[in-house]
Design a protein. Structure first.
Length: 443
């Protein structure tokens, strides 16, 4: 049995011995649980967000047997299980391991890989080969086991969506080549696509050596001179340099039907949003059965949504009649998901609304921000909005958004654009005024 460790357990040491980071990485996993106010919390890494229906069933079984029954999506396309019994021991890890969700106990918190959810569906190239190879390389590297749970790889199909997330190492598809970005550097390095996963791992291992004395968890935490040296060192081993600034805004897949690029009528996937990233058992089962019936895969997105790839309809259908019938299947599936309370179109008032877990799940939160976000839901805004119960802003988006933070003086609302923050006066103890202020800021 794989026993779960308390969140106070020390982090693994690198081969270089003791580090300033030793014992400080509190990111939860499946083997190291986090003690929250609503019970223990497990974070299950799902590289690329890709789940088979059978593995989705295993996650639901663990949530129901050991937790509160719900599944919570994270801003990295992973799944959190909350309300776990502190005495559950290695039970969750055993079930998840049997389902293939825990291939390496030593690397389970290092398997942080996000991928473009629409890769291979909307005309952009597939990154599935990169994903499986990189995950295998990470799990096979002794050094990678010492990466913190915060370190992030991103695989971008050329859409610029995951490139905008500020990952530590990013691979970008471009034609038959690959671009490698380290941190947020404007300089990327071109290399053959087949060499991308190994180059990404080598960049991460080079970071670990650079971070040994600084105590940095991520590339952005390195001193400026060390970070610049890391980029140069990685570039020298990778390929020719190309100037390519990182996109400023990460765009989530639009909810609704995703059409293939052939003629704009063939449905390649269904995209749905999940209000506040929280899925009840019935919603999860419906999504799983939809995937099992049509494409046999779920893709969890870094924007707390889910893409279900097709094909939608019976095999052997072809021609205009076949395309029409497949579109009807997709529309029927989308209607069922909408009836279950998921976001299936851009006109949903929940579109772009996010929040941390808030009170009572988190002791640091000053308010029940999920309830407040729900009470303030109104017309769809131009900008997304994220509610945080404290200054930590756990799970906040990237790029441009409206930031609502609870402080002892009230709710502070800011317009965030990259590193720039435009604060507004705090709103105190007036739900109607708060809802109006948020709606105005989003417009």
């Amino acid at each position: 049995m794989l026993a779960a460790m308390p969140d106070s357990a020390p982090s693994p040491l690198s081969s270089g011995g003791a580090s300033p980071r030793d014992g400080g990485d509190a990111c939860p996993g499946t083997l190291r649980l986090h003690r929250a106010d609503d019970g223990a919390l497990a974070r299950v890494r799902v590289p690329g967000g890709v789940l088979s229906p059978d593995r989705a069933d295993a996650l639901l079984a663990v949530a129901g047997r050991f937790g509160d029954g719900e599944l919570h999506l994270t801003s990295r396309g992973n799944v959190q299980l909350r309300g776990l019994d502190a005495e559950c021991g290695g039970g969750p890890a055993d079930l998840l391991g049997a389902a293939g969700l825990l291939p390496s106990a030593a690397h389970e918190r290092a398997r942080n890989i996000v991928a473009s959810p629409l890769a291979g569906l909307d005309g952009s190239p597939s990154v599935s080969g990169w994903l499986s190879e990189l995950d295998g390389l990470v799990c096979g590297s002794a050094a990678a086991a010492t990466l913190s749970g915060r370190f992030l790889f991103a695989l971008d199909s050329g859409r610029g969506d995951t490139d905008a997330l500020g990952a530590d190492v990013t691979l970008i598809a471009e034609g038959g080549d690959c671009l490698l970005r380290v941190g947020a550097a404007d300089e990327v390095f071109r290399l053959p696509a087949a060499d991308g996963p190994r180059a990404a791992l080598l960049a991460a291992e080079t970071f670990l050596r650079a971070a040994r004395d600084s105590g940095a968890w991520r590339v952005k935490d390195l001193p400026d001179d060390v970070r610049a040296t890391l980029v140069r060192t990685t570039g020298a081993a990778a390929g020719s340099a190309v100037h390519r600034p990182r996109p400023r805004t990460a765009k989530a897949p639009a909810p609704g039907l995703v059409t293939a690029p052939d003629n704009g009528t063939t449905v390649a996937a269904i995209s749905v949003g999940v209000p506040l990233g929280r899925l009840a058992p019935a919603q999860w089962r419906l999504l799983t059965e939809t995937a099992r019936r049509y494409g046999n895969e779920l893709r969890l997105t870094p924007w707390r949504g889910i893409v279900v790839p097709g094909p939608f309809g019976q095999t052997g259908q072809s021609g205009q009649t076949g395309r029409t019938r497949r579109s009807e299947h997709a529309a029927e599936a989308l209607d069922a998901l909408a009836a279950a309370g998921l976001i299936t179109g851009p006109d949903s008032p929940w579109t772009g609304v996010g929040a941390c877990i808030g009170h009572p799940g988190c002791a640091k939160s000053l308010s029940d921000v999920r309830a407040e976000a729900g009470a303030a839901v109104g017309p769809v805004g131009r900008l997304p909005v994220y509610w945080s119960g404290c200054e930590r802003r756990c799970g906040h988006p990237h790029g441009e958004w409206i930031d609502v933070v609870v402080t002892p003086d009230g709710h502070r609302i800011s317009h965030v654009r990259g590193e720039h923050r435009d604060p507004r006066p705090a709103v105190r103890d007036d739900p109607a005024a708060l809802a109006a202020a948020v709606a105005e800021a989003r417009s």
